[in-house]
Design a binder for this molecule. Sequence first.
Ligand SMILES: [Zn+2]
Length: 716
Amino acid sequence: MAWGNLWMAAMLVAGSVKAGEGAGVAQSGAAAGRAAAFGPANPFYAASTLPYQTPAFDKIKDTDYEPAIDAGIAEHMKELDAIASNPAAPTFDNTMVALEKSGQLYNRVTQIFNGVTQANSSPALEKVQEIEAPKMAAHDDAIFLNTKLFARVEKLYRQMDSLNLDEEQRRLLDVYYKKFVQQGAKLNAADKEKLKKMNEEESTLENQFRSKLLGATKEAAFHTADKNALRGLSGADLEAAAEAAKARKLPGYVLPMQNTTQQPILSSLEDRATRQAVFEASWNRAEKGGTNDTRALIAHLAKLRAEKAKLLGYPNFAAWNLTDQMAKTPEAAIQFMDNLTPASAKNARAEAAEIQELIDQQNGGFKLAPWDWEFYSEQIRKAKYDYDENETKPYFEVWNVLQNGVFYAANQMYGITFKERHDIPVYSPDMRVWEVFDANGKPLALWMCDYFKRDNKSGGAWMDVFVPQAKLLGTLPVVYNVANFAKPAAGEPALITYTDVTTMFHEFGHALHGMFSNATYPFISGTNVPRDFVEFPSQFNEHWASYPAVFNHYAKHYKTGAPMPAELAAKIKKAATFNEGYIFTELLAAAELDMQWHTLSASAPEQKPDPFEKEALEKKNLWIDEVPPRYRSTYFQHIWSGGYNAGYYAYLWSEMLDDDAYAWFGAHGGMTRANGDRFRKMVLSKGNTEDLAKVYRDWLGAEPSTEPMLKDRGLE
Ligand SMILES: [Zn+2]
């Protein structure tokens, strides 16, 4: 479920700063006036006095955020100025520690504001967001563009070896210094001005891409008045198509486009000509000429990013962007992907052959094309792997899965225990709160969940913190998980799908990463880790959902308590590797495309996207007619406006780590307290306090291997 979820990743890398976004937004006089009104009556004025400093949701009103954020920005700027202008020579204490202690009001209010606007928004909050989001973006930039501040950090960085620092302190200094440099702190004044302009242009192009794509995707919807062209659709799908047409004031039916190349609706469309038309509408959505064509824009954006990297002293954008990642260089990421390609493509081709056989059996009389894939693979899935979700759901009652599955697994692994609390204020009655205790009985964290879909909640699932763990600030973490499970009617049980079950384990894996954090400094604590590492603990935790000792402990009928029949359980497991050749190959193709766009040098001319794309994939043996990339360059939102530029590989990279780690457990006795404690101590507790390639190597005793990943996906 992590593959397409931009949002979840955005929450998790909230600590990362993106230069240029919203820069130059000045604080308005009106805002200053509101900020002046900020006082002790505002619930953000001081740290919450509730257990774990958890937010006082019973006191916080929508109107409290704006003055608190404005006051937070003003206070933080003052603190930063005091650090930067300190007449005393820089010391670790008066600079780095002071930095880490600064911005507490700002952090306090924005952590909560970001959480609530995503999960429980309102028109009033949206209005505040409109006003405050650009200010917050500009404020985040201001820190790393502060020349005087950088001079102090740089001086300390140069003296690092004589400062007598411990390992975490060295890491903190290193991470800050590199972040400053990455954002252009070492440039001269003229180049800084150039960079600022480039950042502004980049941000503008990203926004333009977003709105062009939105328009293109909307326009690309397939429209027909001929019901017969849609045969195969279910009654509900037809009704939705008629509704969509009505909403657009069109007669007949409209099939809206999803953001991926393949369209789920293709799995049920029986008419081949309709399938082809729907697929081509998706594939060509942003290449039709006119205002929503993105070709010229992405060519220009790729060139601009290459030029920006050059200004910052790097051969290409990817090299710049990967400096603080676990992979470190584009070469490492590319090598990693290249190694996966043969097995993946081979399996995709085998699946294509199986589908062709089915087409021939049915006397189709045509060669498999990409628009046929979903339709025939769905038939194969039904014949070989099918199970009815209505059969499995009664075994997955959400609170039972949580306590006898998710909590149980964490208890078996790490010895932690959970006690529900009813006295903690929440922002929605859907929420439940547990206090988490360590194996020795000591309080560890507060964990909250907000699992059910509401109209005022963003889609997907994610984890974040209201209060981060930091020994320096004396805080234990307040961590939460949000999801969008179907809410049951009053008095009915919440029965969920197996996909939902794995989502619960996934998000709780992020939560464990946040709760086990044992860092001194907040900047490098918990899930504030590189993008290519952050999904590792969550995807790793997903594995326990199907681990027999765990699965059998929670997969019980909500009424009778009977265990799930073995045959049904086996079907769930078998379905997991279905169509993996295709899925993996389309991902790899997209990830390779991303890397090739972002390893262009500044001297390369602006590319023509279509031939560039074809050549890029041919070079990697990934131009396979029946298996197009998951996103074509012209609608690859992740890399042009989603923050995953030169970063799409991170999904695959994290997966390598989680499968590799799970294989280690398998080879060392599985789910045991000893294995769990070792993993917690050497990996989960570290946050970003050490180089993560080293953290992983120290724990495993070797470099990560891609073999378990290929095996897990059935691609050996
Ligand atoms: Zn995740």
